[in-house]
Design a protein around this ligand. Structure first.
Ligand code: NCD
Length: 314
C-alpha cells in the first residue's frame, strides 16, 4: 500500500482515496490493540504532542489525548481560556513558544476557519486540525466513515444524508469530502437558511423535506444546531420546537420507513431538538461506536504523520 501522502492533516481536502484507505487499515489494527488487556504500544515513544485547544471540546480533546497515550507519546495540553492568548499574544507566537519547548506534533482546535492551514505556513511540525471554526473537522469525518465501513463494507454507491445545521458545522464539509472520496452519494437536508448555496456546487443533493430525505438514505448523519455560532440578528429558524417538528429525527418518522437508516451523530447531542432521546438510544444508532472508533482513527493519523517525521518505531 502507498505511503501516507501528507505532512499535516489540515482537512479532508488534500487527502487521496489511498490515504483514507491507509488510515482505515491502520485504525483497524489499533482498534484490535485497544481492545486487548494491554492497550498500549510504544509507537510514539519519545515524541511529544501538544494539544492546543483555543475552543471548547470534550470528546475530541479526550479522544486525541487517549490516542496519544495509547501510543506512548508525551502529551502537553493547552487551553486558551487559561492562557496568554487573553493577554494579546498572536497565534503564531503562542505556538512558537510551545514548540521552543521541543514539541514534535501539534493538534489544534481553533474558532477561525483556516487557522490550522495558517499555522502550517509558520511552523514546521505536523499539524492535525481538530476543528477550525465552521470549516473542517477531518478526524470526525474519518471516524464517521470508518464506522460506516464497519457496518456497510464499501461505501461506494451508498446514500448518506447529513441533516441539520450544515451552515455552521465543520463536520458537514469534512463528511461531504470524505464520503465522496469513498464513492458515496451525499445529500444534505435542513432549512434553506442553514444550507449555504455553495453546497449545491459540491455535487451533493440539497433537500428541505426531512421525510423525503429519510426515504432516500441508507445512513442519516444528524448534526447539532450550533446555537453558539448563530449570532445573527434575524434567527435562522423560528424556534427550537418548530425545528424539532420539521427536522427532528423522531421515532414516528423512522416508523414510517420500510428500512430505517443507520443513525450517526458526532455529539454533543441536543436531545429533543435535532434528535429525539428514544432515537438516540436505539440499537441502529451507532453514536457510541463513533466515539470508540475515534480513538483508533486518531491513533492511526498520529502514527502515520509520525512516520513522515522518520521518528516512529514499531
Ligand atoms: C463537533 C465539533 O466540535 O465540531 N463535535 C465533536 O467534535 N465531537 C460537532 C459539534 O460541536 O456539534
Amino acid at each position: 500500500m502507498a505511503d501516507f501522502s501528507q505532512n499535516h492533516l489540515l482537512g479532508i481536502r488534500g487527502l487521496t482515496g489511498a490515504d483514507v484507505e491507509l488510515i482505515f487499515e491502520t485504525a483497524r489494527g489499533f482498534k484490535d490493540i485497544i481492545n486487548r488487556p494491554i492497550r498500549k504500544v510504544p509507537s510514539l515513544r519519545d515524541l511529544t504532542v501538544a494539544n492546543l485547544f483555543f475552543e471548547n471540546s470534550t470528546r475530541t480533546r479526550l479522544s486525541f489525548e487517549l490516542a496519544q497515550k495509547r501510543l506512548s507519546a508525551d502529551v502537553v495540553n493547552f487551553s486558551a481560556a487559561s492562557s496568554s492568548v487573553k493577554k494579546g499574544e498572536t497565534l503564531a507566537d503562542t505556538v512558537r513558544n510551545i514548540l521552543a519547548m521541543k514539541v514534535d506534533m501539534v493538534v489544534m482546535r481553533h474558532p477561525h476557519p483556516g487557522a490550522a492551514h495558517y499555522l502550517s505556513t509558520k511552523i514546521d511540525v505536523p499539524i492535525i486540525n481538530a476543528g477550525d471554526g465552521t470549516h473542517e473537522h477531518p478526524t470526525q469525518a474519518l471516524l464517521d466513515c470508518f464506522t460506516l465501513t464497519e457496518r456497510l463494507g464499501s461505501l461506494s454507491g451508498k446514500k448518506v444524508c447529513i441533516f441539520g445545521d450544515i451552515r455552521h458545522s465543520r463536520v458537514a464539509l469534512s463528511n461531504v469530502r470524505c464520503l465522496q472520496l469513498l464513492g458515496a452519494e451525499v445529500m444534505v437536508c435542513g432549512p434553506a437558511t442553514l444550507i449555504p448555496k455553495h453546497f449545491a456546487s459540491l455535487g451533493v443533493v440539497v433537500e428541505h423535506d426531512m421525510d423525503r430525505a429519510l426515504e432516500w438514505c441508507d445512513v442519516a448523519n444528524v448534526l447539532r444546531i450550533q446555537l453558539e455560532r448563530q449570532g445573527a440578528e434575524v434567527p435562522f429558524f423560528p424556534s427550537l420546537e418548530e425545528y424539532h417538528q420539521r427536522f427532528g429525527l423522531t421515532k414516528a418518522r423512522l416508523d414510517r420507513l420500510s428500512q430505517p437508516p443507520i443513525i450517526l451523530h458526532p455529539g454533543p447531542m441536543n436531545r429533543g431538538v435535532e434528535i429525539a432521546s428514544e432515537v438516540a438510544d436505539r440499537s441502529d444508532a451507532v453514536i457510541l461506536e463513533q466515539v470508540e472508533n475515534g480513538v483508533a482513527v486518531r491513533m492511526a493519523v498520529l502514527y502515520l504523520l509520525a512516520g513522515r517525521l522518520g521518528g516512529s518505531e514499531d
